[in-house]
Design a protein around this ligand. Structure first.
Ligand SMILES: Cc1cc2nc3c(=O)[nH]c(=O)nc-3n(C[C@H](O)[C@H](O)[C@H](O)COP(=O)(O)OP(=O)(O)OC[C@H]3O[C@@H](n4cnc5c(N)ncnc54)[C@H](O)[C@@H]3O)c2cc1C
Ligand code: SF4
Length: 548
């Protein structure tokens, strides 16, 4: 244990309990530190998850509107960003696809050359994969079989692969829903139940088959002494005793995130801080703290190089089809349609049809008024000449069973900037606003593939309304904004995730990623956090003076 210093409530306070935060909590507690994790979301159990996505108040997170779920959607001029908010962060709502980034990403972006990434990262990916129980998907649902057929028809059949997932699966051909004593941590972890292929991963796994962080890293961290404070939002972090670099410790101020009136403010003091509030959450908090004078030395590069993984959400709907495309795991397979463009087959569970309100008939062409006109012409023409077919295509009910989402990601350069400003539509307070060149919402080769997919399935290619109407891409993979770099004039943290300008302060989450990965990012966030924590000395050996 760290030498007990009663002046401090904790040695480390970790802000956020997602992938980066849970790794930090476990590894720090293992090194003998007294650790607290502040998490603004709620704690969930398999039986408290909503049955379908129509249960908006238990799915969406907007506590001021009385919505206390675990999924949030934030609208910016350049992107609609989907993210998780719960004890366990994004893992509660994620599809559990856990893929390592291709090696080429270490040669691009702000982290290039700062470490021997290609030599070092495989062992951290290996640890992250073991901890999250990564295995190849054994369950190919109808959507995956269709993806394979469409890939073959389009000449990409050889690139079809089963995803690597953090799901406890039964042996092939054996039904799921059987509970076993901890299969992953030699008896130290919780019992787990095998997957039933219900397709509900993104609505919260009601069986405990998905490797969420509250069943893996965070479970072990709590078991070994870390304290998790749910529904606790961090509002301020400031150096103690006027020592501006934080070497005397930090004061952390929190409020109850789900309270409207009596917000129960708390003040805790600690020696070190780990920001793990996700790319958006950490940027938002650091901008506020830089602006209010609590942490003025945070690099001016804060908010730069925010990436959306160059994503586009398209798909196809097959009304009246006898197959149930909601069966399987949320993301069961993928293909590559060219060197840079990766497509995954995604599904929601039966009855979770509310996302249908964002989908519409696919329309090609350059974004802008021209494409909106073309889209209107398509929809109205379709309603006029094929009214029954069009209504069946656009009606919400049955959507999850009839629709396959194609998540298209590109490992190509492209980023936006986030700033802390008063927007023109709400000048009363500062908030995150996006700036910079638009990220393309139209990936012609991906649209071409969606049409082929629809043709093979006997359905219609679909796209999302925000992409067509506002030229705004949707992404569940917002990364960057506090990127790893060699100096504060290029990024916010060094290659060990130490925040430039402060002592004993780290960032471990998606905000440090320095390049578009072209794959789902959680495994990389976990592996990088493992690496960052490996440099922190044991509590018995620390001099509390770690700095970039
Ligand atoms: C629907 C969906 C599906 C996804 N599927 C996949 C997938 O299959 N594979 C994959 O790799 N990725 C997936 N992702 C993305 C993945 O969830 C994120 O990349 C990942 O969770 C980011 O990890 P993180 O450590 O940066 O932070 P997060 O996991 O987002 O955790 C941050 C936590 O900090 C908390 N927080 C924020 N601000 C504060 C504050 N001020 N005080 C206290 N707490 C705070 C938040 O509530 C949140 O719980 C998916 C995302 C969504 C939305
Ligand atoms: S498919 Fe169903 S049972 Fe399997 S991990 Fe996803 S939610 Fe859990």
């Amino acid at each position: 244990m760290a030498p007990r210093n009663d002046k401090f409530d904790f040695d480390f306070i970790v802000i956020g309990s997602g992938f980066g935060g849970s790794v930090a909590a476990l590894r720090l507690v293992e090194k003998g530190y007294r650790v607290a994790v502040m998490e603004m979301g709620r704690r969930w159990t398999p039986d408290s998850f909503p049955r379908t996505s129509w249960s908006i108040h238990r799915w969406f997170w907007r506590p001021r509107l009385g919505l206390r779920g675990f999924f949030n959607m934030r609208f910016f001029r350049h992107a609609t960003i989907y993210h998780g908010c719960a004890v366990g962060g994004g893992s509660i709502t994620y599809a559990s696809t856990l893929l390592p980034a291709p090696e080429k990403v270490w040669d691009a972006g702000s982290w290039t050359g700062l470490a021997a990434w290609k030599a070092e990262m495989p062992r951290y990916y290996q640890t992250a994969s073991r901890m999250l129980g990564v295995t190849q998907n054994k369950i190919l649902g109808p959507a995956d079989v269709l993806l394979q057929k469409a890939a073959e028809a389009a000449g990409h059949g050889q690139t079809f692969y089963r995803t690597s997932v953090g799901i406890f699966q039964p042996d092939e051909g054996v039904p799921g829903n059987k509970t076993f004593p901890d299969p992953f941590f030699g008896g130290d972890g919780p019992p787990r139940t095998t997957c039933t292929a219900c397709g509900g991963c993104m609505m919260g796994c009601r069986y405990g088959a998905k490797s969420t962080l509250d069943l893996t890293y965070l479970y072990l961290a709590e078991k070994h002494g870390a304290r998790v404070f749910p529904e606790t939002k961090v509002m301020n972090v400031k150096p103690l005793a006027g020592v501006s670099d934080g070497s005397a410790g930090y004061e952390i101020c929190t409020v109850k995130s789900t309270a409207w009136i009596c917000r129960q403010p708390q003040h805790l003091i600690c020696r070190g801080v780990v920001f793990s509030a996700s790319s958006l959450g950490t940027m938002e908090l650091l901008f506020r703290l830089k602006d209010n004078g609590s942490l003025p030395a945070i690099s001016d590069r804060l908010g730069r190089h925010v990436r959306t993984n160059s994503e586009s959400l398209i798909g196809a709907r097959m009304p009246g089809c006898h197959e149930d495309f909601s069966q399987g795991i949320a993301i069961g397979s993928g293909i590559y349609i060219d060197e840079h463009t990766h497509v995954e087959a995604v599904r929601y569970p039966g009855g979770s049809d509310s996302m249908s309100l964002l989908t519409t008939i696919m329309t090609d062409g350059r974004p802008g008024v021209h494409r909106i006109g073309l889209w209107l012409k398509n929809v109205l023409g379709s309603l006029l000449f094929h009214p029954v077919k069009t209504v069946r295509l656009l009606r919400p009910w049955g959507w999850a069973r009839e629709h396959v989402i194609l998540l298209c990601m590109q490992a190509v350069e492209g980023h936006i900037e986030m700033r802390w400003e008063r927007p023109w539509f709400w000048p009363f307070r500062k908030m995150l606003v996006s700036r910079g060149n638009k990220v393309p919402t139209y990936i012609p080769r991906a649209n071409e593939f969606a049409r082929k997919f629809a043709q093979v399935a006997g359905g219609t290619a679909m796209s999302t309304l925000p992409e067509i109407l506002f030229d705004v891409p949707g992404t569940a993979h917002c990364i960057g904004g506090c990127v790893i770099a060699g100096s504060p004039d290029r990024g916010v943290v060094d290659d060990r995730h130490r925040v430039f300008g402060y002592r004993n302060m780290y960032i471990c989450d998606g905000s440090v990623l320095g390049a578009n990965l072209g794959v789902n990012p959680s495994l990389t966030i976990t592996a990088l956090a493992e690496r960052a924590m490996s440099f922190i000395p044991l509590a018995s050996a620390t001099s509390w003076s770690d700095a970039a």
